[in-house]
Design a protein around this ligand. Sequence first.
Ligand SMILES: [Zn+2]
Length: 260
Amino acid sequence: MAEIDDVKRDVAIANRILSHVGLATGVLVSLGHASFRVPGDPELFVVKGRGYDIDALPLMQPDDMIVCDLEGRKVGGPPNATQCFEVKMHSAVFKNHPEVQSVVHCHPRYATMMSVLQARLVPMCNEGAQLVRKPLPVYPHSKLILTEEDGQGVATALGDSPAALLRGHGAITTGQNLEQSVMNMLHLEEQARMNWYAFCAMGPDHPGIPEADLVEARNQPTIAELDHFVGGPAIRGGAGGGGAWRYFTHLITQELDAGR
Ligand SMILES: [Zn+2]
């Protein structure tokens, strides 16, 4: 049981982080969900549910989390709560993409707006540049994802991309773990916000970071390979860097430990 309890805690923390970073606040505070496959039992996953006394992402507790199978059926969790309404988005992606370990869906404002404007997101800053290097897949419906057919439609639209837009509805991101799927969503929204600024300034044909720059950035040496860092401690680098995720996790862990 210890392992499933650990997964529930990690998933609750990830759901709280979605709100903490602004992806589920205000009118969106109860909308969105992060999920993670149960290690060692890939036919099951843990996700935020529905039906709590106060249904808000920043209040999620580990015991609130729901265990589901790959058909989206609830197989564990508190008796008075159900799986999230759009659970088929998670189950269908897990079913179709065995390599995916974590799924995030929410309604980020800028990404949703840009999907309606049908403005292609182009790399506008380093954070998340690789996500939008190629045109993002778009699921061309704003309806909720309720049926198996709906879920399969999203999974098919996603393909092997780590992110897709749901037109007029929100976005979906995936990852090998909760950090990747949540940070992909945060980076996607950062790119969408920067694209909106550029769209307002210059119109739909505004430039993005040139492809040659992105290639150049990908081919840079690692920090550990640099002469002036040789002999130093191993430090994680990159756009996510692990720092932001660890900071968010630290803050939310403090909340949970304090009984909040
Ligand atoms: Zn939704």
